[in-house]
Design a protein around this ligand. Structure first.
Ligand code: FAD
Length: 469
């Protein structure tokens, strides 16, 4: 164990997925970072199994895609909400081929492996020091210029900030079971590739193909269930009988969690900041809790770099919460709505729900919300939304050509002779620009759209607002 008193630019409390990613991104930016985790090993119990194409793009920024693609399963399939009779009510669409971010739209994975890769990634940076088995007892122990609490749902840093909890209404215990299946068994082979949300009022469940031999069951606790006993194989196997039996698979791990829907107001107080589950929690019905934390890390990393390396004013850091909170909340509210469909246990209400979907299957996608107000022009979407990642004519993905900087994409006639402290990419993203009826876009280092322009005058004004001209 090393002394907590440090001279680092940034101390990160918690080396779960969010803290570890943030440390990688800051390490890459040349910032001196100290990361602390009270545990020596990554958390072993079942948690996240899904991340989306935007998060893979963030891993690309962290230069860890190959390591992650080596164990994560890319999927073109979506998520099907099916009633007790097997009729499909709703589908979250899959995405064929590389999606808008240049990577498959959905990835399934084993969270401990991801956390391990993120931790190993820190070894690349002499400016990042990791202290495992070191519980931070007070933020006063940390002498760093900034302290980021990536310390999960019971965050100590959040207590020091005194954030205000906003309850979004859903709190429900579920049993989560990870199985290692025998892939030679016919019933295992018959399991679908897409995710199933079984909206059965007798017992709502989720079934996920995590990849390889691994399959995930999430099973809602019903009144009268004993949470202590539910994780016992003799109790949970009969609940899965319609799919598998103990002869088809062996138990890897099982745990009961209460799924929450909460956001915190107050992500920054002076040098203290929050990211990940420390400032928002969602039920996992969209597979987006960790994803939101990864987006926090991507948003915060370039702003911290701007303050620490480039001398930007610290007020830049206030745009982190104003941008990210409404974005994260949009996903949580959709997850709560989906939970309302999935978790209905009253038979009459479930029948009424099924009738509402009788006209046809409701199709939906992940939301692509606009960031809240912050470091962007005050304009409607597409300003403040994530820009896609097209492949350039030389074969590279766009972000590879930009690096961690601002960029301008657009019609070459607008970019000709342009002087800007940004990477210029003429004739890139033209489909997107056309779809939005604009001729150029200014992209931030996290690839969210700072502003759009119809002509040179608007572009010049946007660049001036971004302090790039
Ligand atoms: C059943 C389930 C399914 C899920 N499925 C998905 C999914 O499919 N997709 C998805 O995106 N998300 C999913 N999630 C959510 C996801 O697992 C979490 O959002 C994610 O783990 C949060 O990461 P984090 O780094 O913010 O916090 P955590 O993973 O909780 O990490 C916090 C770290 O901080 C450390 N720590 C805490 N306090 C201190 C201290 N005082 N000093 C030192 N260290 C400290 C802890 O030891 C821990 O390592 C799921 C969650 C559950 C429970």
């Amino acid at each position: 164990m090393t002394s907590g008193r440090a001279t680092a630019d940034v101390a990160i409390v918690g080396c779960g997925p969010v803290g570890a990613l943030l440390a990688n991104l800051l390490g890459q930016a040349g910032i001196a970072v100290e990361v602390y985790d009270r545990e020596r090993d990554v958390y072993p119990l079942p948690r996240a199994v899904h991340f989306d194409g935007e998060v893979m793009r963030i891993f690309q920024m962290a230069r860890l895609v190959d390591e992650i693609a080596a164990f994560a399963r890319a999927s073109s399939k979506g998520m099907h909400f099916v009633n007790a009779e097997g009729r499909t009510l709703m589908i979250r669409r899959g995405i064929e081929g590389p999606g808008p971010h240049g990577w498959a739209g959905n990835w399934y994975f084993h969270q401990p492996l991801l956390e391990q890769v993120l931790r190993e990634g820190l070894g690349r940076f002499p400016n990042v020091r990791i202290h495992l088995g070191h519980e931070v007892g007070s933020v006063d122990e940390l002498g760093a210029r900034f302290v980021v609490g990536c310390d999960g749902a019971r965050s100590l840093v959040r207590q020091a900030i005194g954030s205000r909890r906003v309850d979004l209404g859903l709190h429900q215990p579920w049993l989560v079971v990870d199985l290692l299946c025998d892939l030679g068994r016919p019933r295992v082979q018959a399991l679908p590739d897409h995710t199933i949300q079984l909206c059965d009022p007798e017992r709502p469940m989720t079934v996920v193909n995590v990849g390889g031999e691994r399959r995930r069951w999430e099973i809602m606790l019903m009144p009268g269930d004993d949470p202590e006993r539910l994780a016992e194989p003799a109790i949970f196997w009969p609940m899965m009988a319609r799919w598998l039996g103990p002869e088809d698979a062996r138990l890897e791990r099982a745990a009961v969690y209460t799924f929450h829907s909460v956001v915190q107001q107050g992500w920054r107080k002076g040098r203290l900041l929050l990211a990940g589950d420390a400032c928002h929690q969602t039920p996992p019905f969209l597979g987006q809790g960790m994803c939101a934390g990864m987006r926090d890390a991507a948003n915060l990393a370039w702003k911290l770099a701007a303050v620490i390396k480039d001398g930007a004013g610290e007020s830049v850091l206030d745009t982190y919460e104003s941008e990210r909170l409404p974005h994260a909340q949009t996903f949580i509210e959709l997850a709560v709505r989906l939970g309302g469909v999935l978790q209905e246990t009253d038979h009459a209400a479930a029948a009424a729900r099924d009738r509402r979907f009788a006209a046809g299957v409701e199709m939906f996608d992940f939301p692509q919300p606009q960031l809240g107000p912050g470091l962007r022009l005050d304009a409607p979407p597409p300003v403040g939304t994530i820009f896609p990642q097209p492949r350039l004519t030389d074969g590279r993905l766009m972000d590879e050509a930009i690096g961690r900087r601002f960029a301008v994409v657009g019609d070459h006639s607008l970019l000709e002779d342009l002087r800007a402290d940004a990477v210029l990419l003429p004739d890139v993203g033209l489909d997107w620009l056309k779809r939005h009826g604009v001729r150029a876009a200014i992209l931030r280092p996290d690839r969210y759209v700072f502003g759009v322009a119809q002509d040179r005058t608007e572009l010049a004004a946007g660049l001036a607002a971004a302090k790039l001209a």
